[in-house]
Write a protein that binds this ligand. Sequence first.
Ligand code: ATP
Ligand code: MG
Length: 245
Amino acid sequence: MAIMNIDNNNTNHHNINNNNTNKTHILEVKDVSKIYGSLHALSDVNLTVEEGRWLSIMGPSGSGKTTLMNIIGCMDTPTCGSVHLDGQDITRLSLSELTKIRRDKIGLIFQQFHLVPYLTALENVMVAQYYHSMVDEKEALQALDRVGLAARAKHLPRQLSGGEQQRVCIARALINYPKLILADEPTGNLDEANEEMIMKLLHQLHEEGSTIIVVTHSPEVSQHAQTTVVLEYGKVARVVNNHID
Ligand SMILES: Nc1ncnc2c1ncn2[C@@H]1O[C@H](COP(=O)(O)OP(=O)(O)OP(=O)(O)O)[C@@H](O)[C@H]1O
Ligand SMILES: [Mg+2]
């Protein structure tokens, strides 16, 4: 697939959109740095992402991908700079306000599945509902059905394969129809068939209007995104358009 470098200005600001729409920006990252002692995990990162976009983030191990996702996902705050999510500055909020935004607007999918080991697949999905004050077994079952796991609803995580556990996580992330889906190496531990199933689900969500940001080491997974952002040493090294607009 042909790729083109669209980062050809000198402003160091990376505008992730397709230029001919008036869509709102769901995400605006401005001059964000995350500094641990003398280590700059992120260094002056600028990114603007319009609503409904599918972005992938690539880059070597240690380049700051997870650090950036944690900040966008309201799980961490930057040392300096600002992040606007859906118009709101999330860098000026308390922990409880961050938690609320995370619940209301973000669906998180991790490489490590973070399922509660003693709860069934169905109960794990219902935990997410609990946080949204809307526990509804029928709806949780529908979410599992959506990821092809209705028949596994009563199984515990250890009775599920890695791919199945990842799909439970996706069902859980989808429960409140999040505007923004953040996935950090969602296919990292999976075989090809499961990877394909996860990518199919992400495509469905994207078609339904979700903005998707996927961190991956896999060029194949990255190619599903409209735009790829490459991080190196905590900076945006380049932005490539995957030509699937
Ligand atoms: N809590 C922390 N304290 C100190 N250093 C940290 C902390 N979290 C991350 N780092 C450092 O910040 C840098 C970026 O880490 P990050 O986890 O964002 O990398 P990554 O791009 O996600 O790598 P990988 O591909 O291996 O997951 C690394 O050098 C890491 O050691
Ligand atoms: Mg990481």
